[in-house]
Design a protein around this ligand. Structure first.
Ligand code: NAD
Length: 421
């Protein structure tokens, strides 16, 4: 990763260190937050369809629980590395604190390509992971959810396995479950919705509104598709989308329903075609002449090698960690606004929180009630981050640093009254 500059974990720790200095908090806060409280490694044997046993390695990183139970997703990805899971868990602690949720942060992962497993193998692996972690998780201890490579069905298997061990139904131990198994239906589109809300609010400040602004979205999965959907609904024009198979560009706008149908049928949005549409690479997408860029796929895609070529004035981080620290420095100097992951993609965990509250109460809100609560929480965070940024001085401080300071403030105060510091 060094060819592109800093790694994700290095970027997170660098921003954390500077934010703790900017906010005037004791150095001890960095000593505590730069390391997870607990790292659990599990090895899960699965009887594969060919009759042989294969052992999969998984992790759960429990970063900090000063503000409440650990909370964060589980990633199934072939190239999972512990450093990356630690970085993601650290961002979760900050994200949950920033949004006023009663949670600490955690993250889990299994090194596996879920597309290469049969449905039965995937179920066995998911249940095995829940069994291995059962002593360490729970509705008041650690509440996982989906991330890249996992989905509501996997959460349903995990809840079922955990509930069998507990001897009772425990809906609140995982969030983003299918609606029929106590899930909240807003969860499906909540992260993309949050990305769009943050983009809309920033666009109001930059240009007076989002109507007619052009957008390029990298990643056409859960976050990317729904971000594109809501941005279009809010009046922006999505002109480019991509996924791991490549991308498409049409200055007149992309028909998202048609693009989604092509993706579902052929496996990639790169096969979408219509008058005026041309194929582009993921690298080209990032450098298109658009107003708004939404990286919603993977880490480190905006690095010091391409930062100078980016033309968008507003970058909204749907993905976790898409911008390296050195790229951010370059872009900040150019006056580009980067709405950081812990703020812009928090819609998912906010609805996970609402789902968890429903599960603890066995009482459920309507879709509209949930969405209104979600939007109110996001708007509150947006206003606090902007106020903090203006106070710290936008010329020398990034929006990410302002968001980190806002988050650290809550964590620091919780640790202080607990007597940890
Ligand atoms: P997903 O698996 O549904 O979709 C990922 C998309 O990215 C797919 O379209 C895939 O083809 C594409 N992709 C993968 N590798 C790529 C590459 N190298 N170049 C270009 N495209 C690539 O995952 P998701 O849930 O949409 O998550 C995307 C990002 O958003 C991740 O960083 C995740 O941590 C973050 N995130 C997700 C949620 C959520 O609620 N799903 C919440 C917060 C943050």
């Amino acid at each position: 990763m060094s060819v592109m500059g800093t790694t994700f974990l290095e970027s997170v720790l660098q921003t954390l260190k500077r934010s703790i200095e900017l906010g005037g908090y004791p150095q001890e806060v960095y000593e505590i937050l730069s390391r997870p409280q607990r790292i659990i490694t599990v090895n899960i044997p699965v009887r594969m369809d060919n009759g042989k046993i294969q052992v999969f390695t998984g992790y759960r990183v429990q970063h900090n629980n000063a503000l409440g139970p650990y909370k964060g997703g589980i990633r199934f990805h072939p190239e999972v590395m512990l450093d990356e899971v630690i970085a993601l868990a650290t961002v979760m602690t900050l994200k949950n604190a920033l949004n006023g949720l009663p949670y600490g942060g955690g993250k889990g992962a299994i090194a596996v390509d879920p597309k290469k497993l049969s449905r039965r193998e995937l179920e066995e692996l998911s249940r095995g992971y829940a069994r291995a972690l059962a002593p360490f998780i729970g509705p008041e201890t650690d509440i996982p959810a989906p991330d890249v490579g996992t989905n509501p069905q996997i959460m349903a298997w995990m809840v079922d396995e955990y509930s069998k061990i507990a001897g009772r139904n425990v809906p609140g131990v995982f969030t983003a479950k299918p609606a029929v198994l106590w899930g909240n239906p807003v969860r499906e589109y909540s992260t993309g919705f949050g990305v769009a809300v943050w983009a809309r609010e920033a666009a109001k400040k930059l240009w007076g509104g989002i109507e007619g602004k052009t957008v390029a979205v990298q990643g056409f999965g859960n976050v990317g598709y729904w971000a594109a959907y809501w941005l279009t609904k809010m009046g922006a024009r999505v002109v480019a989308v991509s996924d791991i198979g490549g991308g498409v560009y049409n200055p007149n706008g992309i028909d998202l329903t048609a693009a989604k149908a092509v993706t579902d049928k052929t496996g990639t949005v790169a096969n979408y075609d219509s008058t005026g549409t041309r194929k582009i690479t993921n690298e080209e997408l990032l450098e298109l002449p658009v107003d708004i860029l939404v990286p919603a796929a993977v880490e480190n895609v905006i690095h010091r090698g391409n930062a100078n070529n980016i033309k968008a004035k507003l970058i909204v981080e749907g993905a976790n960690g898409p911008t390296t620290a050195d790229a951010e420095e370059i872009l900040h100097k150019k006056g580009v606004w980067i709405l950081p992951d812990l703020a812009a993609n928090a819609g998912g965990v906010v609805v996970s929180y609402l789902e968890w509250v429903e599960n603890l109460q066995w009482y459920f809100w309507t879709e509209e009630e949930t969405r209104n609560r979600l939007e109110a929480i996001l708007m509150n965070t947006f206003n606090r981050v902007m106020t903090r940024w203006n106070k710290l001085g936008p010329a020398n401080v990034t929006i990410r640093e302002a968001a980190y300071v806002e988050a650290v403030d809550r964590i620091y105060n919780a640790m202080k009254v607990r007597g940890w510091i």
